[in-house]
Write a protein that binds this ligand. Structure first.
Ligand code: HEM
Length: 406
């Protein structure tokens, strides 16, 4: 690392956890490709929109974390391979094969058929909280909604969903429990081991008794067509489970806060429900749940903005900074639900573009639309700066609690 590298502790401050956008703005101007050192691993952060888009398309920035160098060990720790050998951590042609098989489960007709069920789940969750007049919207709405949806899609039995959710939350909230780092790491590894065991058993159960669900479909691709290995099968199920609820839950939480702290925009949306699809895109641009795309590895020396990134370096494409780049978005720090549906990078770009984009949009539109309709007096129960958030250095941007009254 060069001597002008920024120690992670200097970047990921308490203020950053509340509002990272001023720090991103400074980086875009002063150090658009910023080397960052941390005890876990060093990396280069790419913060400008044009560079971010180019980097997400750059074949020299590999996603194959299991290839030469075994970079996954540095990032995810030992024992992670059983869960992470999936499309997100691979390059073409493996990536194309894994994505193609999984895409079958996201056929538009299949997803459209899910719309009434999502509406039913949303209504059920809101029925439960409406009489109380107050709620923790993360615990009571934003987290269970996508978990129930992906649980049904994957064919996770109803009785297991709460436990599965609790173990995935251990991974999501790592770094914020207040435990010493070694204990925290052990806990995350315990969660990974539990999820690996559970998903392996789920696959075995679907093998005996297949259903009309995604895991059964993947099992058939593995057993009948031989196009998927057993490890890829379990890892793909984990990716769908984790990507399928984690990001959507954090997005619904972030979007709700953005609306409640921008009352004129909230009023506009309440008065113009047709704006909803466009509003969802703007809310994702404004404060997305995945601030940095998953790590890339430079397979050769690459240069961005005159900064030489050596072969073997880890590269983080900062989506949330790119989405606030004034060179791409006018008045980028303002929430403007009428903004033309612009090319934000909230769902990524290039071959790893979010596979669940239609599902995510559907859940967010129904979830946020109904939340606003059913809770007309919705307001934060604590000042926004006091909301409990995931730690600044977390790979996710989201809330631990979202206390509201209505
Ligand atoms: C990939 C965002 C919801 C499944 C991605 C990527 C982003 C993203 C940025 C690319 C990551 C990278 O290039 O490193 C989001 C957001 C969501 C969301 C913001 C919610 C608001 C979902 C849902 C699913 C899903 C509901 C469904 C299971 C996936 C998968 C990939 C992916 C499988 C990997 C695609 C590949 O590697 O080819 N998502 N996602 N996502 N997402 Fe989503």
């Amino acid at each position: 690392m060069t001597e002008n590298a920024v120690p992670a502790a200097e970047l990921y401050t308490d203020e950053f956890a509340v509002d990272p956008y001023p720090a991103f703005a400074k980086l875009r101007v002063d150090s658009p490709v910023c080397p960052v050192t941390s005890p876990r691993f060093d990396s280069y952060l790419i913060t400008r929109y044009d560079d971010a888009k180019a980097a997400l398309m750059d074949p020299r920035l590999s996603k194959d974390l299991y290839g030469p160098g075994q970079h996954f060990l540095r990032i995810f720790g030992p024992n992670s391979e059983g869960l992470n050998k999936n499309m997100l951590n691979s390059d073409p042609p493996e990536h194309s094969r894994l994505r193609q098989i999984t895409s079958r489960a996201f056929a538009p007709r299949r997803l459209e058929a899910l719309r009434p069920r999502i509406a039913e789940i949303v209504a059920g969750l809101l029925d439960r909280i409406v009489p109380d007049g107050h709620a923790d919207l993360m615990r009571d709405f934003a987290i269970p909604l996508p978990m129930m949806v992906i649980g049904e899609l994957l064919g996770i039995p109803d009785k297991d969903r709460q436990t599965v959710l609790e173990w995935t939350q251990v991974i999501r909230e790592s770094g914020s429990s207040g435990r010493p780092p070694a204990e925290e790491k052990a806990r995350v590894q315990e969660a990974q081991a539990w999820l690996h065991g559970y998903l392996t058993e789920l696959v075995a159960a679907k093998r005996i008794r297949p259903g009309d669900d995604m895991v059964s479909m993947l099992v058939a691709a593995c057993d009948e067509e031989g196009v998927l290995s057993e490890r890829e099968l379990v890892s793909t199920t984990f990716l769908l489970l984790f990507a399928g609820h984690q990001t959507t839950a954090d997005f619904i939480g972030n979007a709700t806060v953005a609306l409640l702290t921008n009352p004129a925009q909230l009023d506009l949306l309440r008065a113009t429900p047709d704006l909803l699809p466009q509003a969802i895109e703007e809310l994702l641009r404004f404060d997305g749940p995945l601030p940095v795309a998953s790590p890339r590895i430079a397979t050769e020396e690459v240069e961005y903005q005159g900064v030489r990134i050596p072969e073997g370096s880890i590269v983080g494409v900062v989506i949330n900074s790119a989405n606030h780049d004034p060179a791409q978005f006018e008045d980028a720090d303002r929430l403007d639900l009428c903004r033309e549906r612009g090319p934000h990078l909230g769902f990524g770009h290039g071959v790893h573009y979010c596979l669940g984009v239609s599902l995510a949009r559907m859940e967010a539109q129904i979830g946020i639309g109904e939340l606003l309709r059913r809770l007309p007096g919705l307001a934060l129960a604590v000042p926004p700066e006091e909301l409990r958030r995931l730690p600044a250095a977390s790979p996710f941007r989201g809330l631990i609690e979202l206390p509201v009254r209505f």
